[in-house]
Every structure is written in C-alpha cells, then in structure tokens.
Design a protein around this ligand. Sequence first.
Ligand SMILES: Cc1cc2nc3c(=O)[nH]c(=O)nc-3n(C[C@H](O)[C@H](O)[C@H](O)COP(=O)(O)OP(=O)(O)OC[C@H]3O[C@@H](n4cnc5c(N)ncnc54)[C@H](O)[C@@H]3O)c2cc1C
Length: 452
Amino acid sequence: MSFDYDLFVIGGGSGGVRAARVAAGEAGAKVALAEEDRYGGTCVIRGCVPKKLMVFASEYSGMIEDAQAYGWDVQPGAFDWDMFHGKLVAELDRLEGIYRSILKNNGVESFDQRARLVDAHTVELTDGTRKTAKHILIATGGRPVVPDFPGSDLAITSNEIFHLDKLPESILIVGGGYIASEFAGIMNGLGVKTTQFYRGAQILRGFDEEARGLICEEMRQNGIDVRLGTNVLEMAKDGDQIRVKATDGTEDRFDVVMYATGRAPNADNLGLEELGVERGRKGEIVVDEYSQTAVPSIYAIGDVTDRVNLTPVAIREGMAFVETVFKGNPTPVDHALIPTAIFTQPEFGTVGLSEEEASAQEPIDVYATSFKPMQKAFAGGTQRVLMKLIVSQATRKVLGCHIVAPGAGEMIQLAGIAVKMGATKEDFDRTVAVHPVMAEELVTMRQPVRSA
Ligand SMILES: Cc1cc2nc3c(=O)[nH]c(=O)nc-3n(C[C@H](O)[C@H](O)[C@H](O)COP(=O)(O)OP(=O)(O)OC[C@H]3O[C@@H](n4cnc5c(N)ncnc54)[C@H](O)[C@@H]3O)c2cc1C
C-alpha cells in the first residue's frame, strides 16, 4: 500500500517539530506536519520562553535594591510594560520563524491548518484535504482549563497573561502549581499588588515539603499575599475591576484574575474514539513505553499523553519515536530522575524523590542546610536558601536533591547528572567544594539532620 507520506505529525510544538525534523532530516523520511496556531507551540509562544523572559524582567526590581546596598547610585524607576511587551512579541515572532525554517530546511511539508484523523492512516485538514501516511504522530499538547463557577468567564489564563493591554495594579492568581506560583513572583516583581489563592494546605503539591514551605515563606516575605486553604466562590464585574468572594469569607477587588488550576490534553475532536485510540481519565492519549497507541500506526508524544509535561520530555519522546519507528532501534523513553526547575522567586531546582516519597519507600538519611547567602546577606536581605540531599541508608545513593536558591535551575541540571549516574553521598563528599558559592554546601554536609 502506498501513502502520501511516511509520517504525518499533528501539532508543531516542542515534540512535534523535533520528531518531524529528525525523521525527515536524519532518517530521510517523507514528512508532513499540520499546525493550527503558531509554530513552536506552548513552550515557545505561551509557556517556558515568554515566561522566563518575564521572570528576568521581574527580577530587576530586587536587583536595583541590592545594587544600592552594594554602593551603586541607582534609583528604581517605573516598569514600562509597553516597551517590554513590544520586544517580547518581536522575540516570539523571531522564534516562530526559526521553527518554520527548521521544518522547511529539513524538507518537512507544513500545513497551517487543524488536522483530525479519519482512519488509521488518513488525516483530514480544515480545508477538507485528506492526506495519507504510514505513521501518524499526535503531538497536540494541552491547554489551560478554568473550572465552571459564577463569573468564571472573567478569568484569564496563562495564555492571555503575556498579552495584557497594560500592567494591572492588582492581580489575583488562583492555583498552587508551578505556573501559578511562578506568575505570582513575576507579577509581584513587576510591581503589581499580587494575591495568590490556593485551596490546599501548601503550594507546589508533590514536591519536597521543606522546599515548598521555604518557597512559600519567601514569597510572602517578598510581598505576595499567599492565602492557603482559600478558593474563589464567585466573581462579578465591578466597574473596571473584578469582585471576588472567597471561601475564607473575604471579598476583594482585583484588576485581573488569572486561573492556573489545571491543564487538559488537546485530544478532543481528533476522531480518536472512532478509531479505537484509548483515552485516560483526564482525556489523555494512552500510549506504551514506545509512545504507540492502541492503533499500531498511530503514536502520541508530549503533553497530550500527560506523562511528564515538560518541554525536554516532549522532545525526548519525539526523538525516541523516530529511533523506534524510522531508525530500527526500539527506544523506550526513560522518565526516571528528570531534573526540573521551577522559576518561583526564590527559584527551585529538584531531581528525584522528595523526603516524604523516599521515606515511604525505604530508610533514609536527610542532609539539609538552610542559610542566608552571602550576596543577599551583605545587602541586608533576610532571604534564605536550602540545599538538601535525600540519601538511601542501604545503598548510600542520593535519591533526591532539592535546591531553593537563586540559580537553582542551573545547579540542578548539573547535580542531576550525578544523581542520574547513581552517585552516592560519599561520591558527593569526595568532590572538592567550589568556594565561595552556595552549592558548595552540597558536598560539605557531614551529618544527617535526621533519619527517617
Ligand atoms: C505557562 C507555562 C510555562 C511552562 N514552563 C515550562 C518550563 O519552564 N519548562 C518546561 O520544560 N516546560 C514548561 N511548560 C510546559 C511545556 O510548555 C510543555 O510541556 C511543552 O510545550 C509540550 O510540548 P508538546 O509538543 O507536547 O505540545 P505543545 O508545545 O503544546 O504543542 C502542541 C501544538 O499542537 C497544536 N495543535 C493542537 N491541536 C492541533 C490539531 N488538531 N491540528 C493541528 N495542530 C494542533 C497546538 O496549536 C500547538 O502548537 C510550561 C507550560 C506553560 C503553559
């Protein structure tokens, strides 16, 4: 049977673009890709990249204060949202252009349209054109969802936060996950009066409790009104503002309310059910370790499969798919010990098991230290950092490493290599400290602070 293409990719985000490029450029496959919105997907257009640029923008307010404490004659001025936003839009346009040319230069034919499946080898585009392919890869990502309650239509999500007409004077951010917590820090740093509601007992559920506690404490020190155990009851328009009734009995007005309480996989209306592609509890596409669905010619990678929803993971899954299907080298994706950074202020870098997860699994020793870093302490700051290692008593392997500190994202990339290699606490100790840096504590902690 002959097909129009060897591979048709649906979705031009992190995973889809990488898979298409490598299949065409390295494996010589005939590849097409459909993207209904902008190339680069969530990460480039409305996720990691614009977020990190906003983190950078927001950190300058604190830096100016620190610079004064170090003797610099500098005065904080106002933040110019219009100027920053103009540059941000131009940068995203530039990056989208790069993604388009990556596809073109590798010989991938692209269609600026939505695609859906018609059968196990056929895709239909918005204009009704049908294309056949030996293999179909679904890489359609996910989207933010706002729960249904009175006034919920007044809320924006992370999709809109990058394109506000003007910087609000006040914002309510609802949610306790990494996106909500990162944007609380961003908005606060930009000078917006920031409130964060989270219905649970502590933000950043699932991560190490000591780290979560310190981050929340520092966010409050920075001026964010973090209200735990609090949710929105209802919202209503009140002039230019939004009146919010909360479960803690309070009623406040905000210029903007942003919801970051959850995301859903983009797997609806793709024609999956008719074909027998299995969906999970959240609607995600169920795949095996090779990213293959219940229909052998159809694969899925990235956020639409809801495994570990991070850009480098979607990319890995895309490359493993190409290895498996086009290079004759079956490659399962290794989802263990993925280092990751959360760009809260302070930043959080983490790999492996939290203290709570590890102690539920086996006897552990916990090495941890929390201190005022030199740079901030000299400037009179009260901020603390945390360096923490979770160590197996039986094997002495470092099961988890958790860092709350400026630059923690950079540090955890490197610590992640050691942890992934199976380094023991003694391997860490054999490594000579770099002095004077915060991370030297990772190799100088002698006694466990507790065992569990
Ligand atoms: C605010 C925010 C911050 C984030 N920060 C980070 C971070 O710091 N680090 C990190 O690693 N990850 C981060 N992420 C997660 C990261 O963006 C995702 O894990 C990653 O983009 C997933 O890639 P993907 O290829 O699965 O999907 P996406 O990048 O979402 O791409 C899917 C593409 O498919 C298109 N599409 C959907 N349906 C169709 C269809 N039927 N036909 C044609 N096209 C379609 C969409 O328009 C989209 O472009 C963040 C996410 C958000 C929302």
